[in-house]
Design a protein around this ligand. Structure first.
Ligand code: PLP
Length: 393
């Protein structure tokens, strides 16, 4: 049998071998962590070539580093992008992607249902830079009428944090293309395993790799993936604003990515079992999980996702008091922010991702005081359901 060509590799193979150099004889199978902050030039002629943009050699880790480059190549392979950039956090990736596409005087269309940090960045910081943000609902209704000559970018997140609403990716791409907007999508909740927005026409995906891609709750990081053109613009932002990833984190990220397919696959199965259990529970008013037929966008989820993900949320009938009681009683689930790790977590969005938001903003984001967000890890589904049962009793 002929060996498969790299471009035909499936996700599992890309996640393991993408971005890794061929070890040769006695070579290390696990890539090295190149801790060096700086790199030598052979001579001043090489230094001059670099300054003139004629050499792509490593010079300084904020500009690039072999351990970072390996993680970047792995991410680009997995998400079917030409290039990728790793950053110090998901927020560094988001701000770098936005600043790659926008400058003072420009306008941005963004869905209102976003990770709270992204929403606050757009609400509080972008206007200070002279960038006007128009928020629209996740069905993009009315977006077309808000687009004018100054509108330069479209930003969406799907599924949304924390209430798992979906944006129709094909519809968003059509809108962006019709008006020549740079399109950016936060693909953190789905991960590249379940959703490949670049293949569907988005210009850039952004990730908090702190989540499923890292997968072990032991690193903070972000990524921008897309064409060479967009990634290089985002890289310029990282170089000047300074949000580069540390090599240690890049190594942990590459290690995490090797098992992301296995982890996410198993988490999708467990999340569906947990969602079904919660939906039947008398103390639960509503479960938000795209894999349930009761989810208003279940058909869209089937169309654009390859699985329904590890995240779900539910609203307690007894509101905030009941949600707090539940969170204070769980024993297997940990009470902690973040998501996508091997440990299952629960959190109250009004006190974490969605703090500093008005009642109207919370309502628009679909977050109720009694909303609990759940990140499913790799524990046995039976243990998780038993824990839910005792905490809800
Ligand atoms: C969907 C989403 N995007 C971006 C971020 C920000 O990522 P980070 O915390 O790595 O900066 C988060 C963090 O919770 C998130 O959930």
């Amino acid at each position: 049998m002929k060996p498969t060509k790299k471009q035909n590799w499936t996700d599992a193979t890309r996640a393991i071998h993408g971005g890794e150099s061929k070890p040769g004889v006695s070579g290390p199978v696990a890539g090295p962590i190149v801790r060096s902050s700086t790199f030598t030039f052979s001579d001043t002629a090489e230094m001059k070539r670099w300054a003139e943009g004629r050499s792509s050699t490593y010079i300084y880790t904020r500009y690039g580093n072999p351990t970072l480059a390996s993680a970047e190549a792995k991410l680009a392979a997995l998400e079917h992008g030409e290039a990728a950039l790793v950053t110090a956090s998901g927020m560094a990736a988001i701000s770098s992607a936005l600043l790659a596409a926008l400058e003072t005087g420009d306008e941005l269309i963004a869905t209102r249902q976003l990770y709270g940090g992204t929403y606050r960045l757009m609400r509080d910081i972008l206007p200070r830079l002279g960038i006007k943000v128009h928020f629209v609902e996740s069905d993009l209704a009315g977006a077309e009428q808000l687009i004018g000559p100054k509108t330069k970018a479209l930003y969406v997140e799907t599924p949304t944090n924390p209430t798992l609403q979906l944006v129709d990716i094909e519809q968003a791409v059509r809108l962006a293309r019709r008006h020549r907007l740079a399109s950016i999508i936060d693909n953190t909740f789905a991960s590249p395993i379940l959703q490949k927005p670049l293949e569907m026409g988005f210009d850039m995906t952004v990730h908090s790799v702190t989540k499923a891609l890292g997968g072990h709750s032991d690193l903070i990081g972000g990524a921008v993936v897309g064409s060479e053109k967009w990634v290089s613009r985002a890289r310029t932002m990282v170089i000047y604003l300074g949000g580069c990833m540390d090599p240690e984190a890049a190594y942990l990220l590459s290690r995490g990515i090797k098992t992301v397919g296995l982890r996410v696959g198993r988490q999708c199965g467990t999340a569906l079992e947990v969602a079904r259990y919660l939906e039947r529970h008398p103390k639960v008013a509503r479960v938000h999980y795209p894999g349930l037929p009761s989810h208003p966008q279940h058909r869209l989820a089937r169309r654009q996702m390859r699985g329904f993900g590890s995240m779900l949320a539910f609203d307690m009938k007894g509101g905030l008091a009941a949600a707090r009681r539940f969170c204070d009683r769980v024993q297997v689930f940990l009470l902690a922010a973040s998501l996508g790790g091997v440990e299952s977590l629960v959190v109250l969005p009004i006190y974490t991702s969605h703090y500093k938001m008005s009642q109207a903003e919370l309502r628009a984001a679909g977050v109720a005081p009694g909303t609990v967000r759940v990140s499913i890890g790799l524990e046995d589904a039976r243990d998780l359901i038993a824990d839910l049962k005792q905490a809800l009793a």
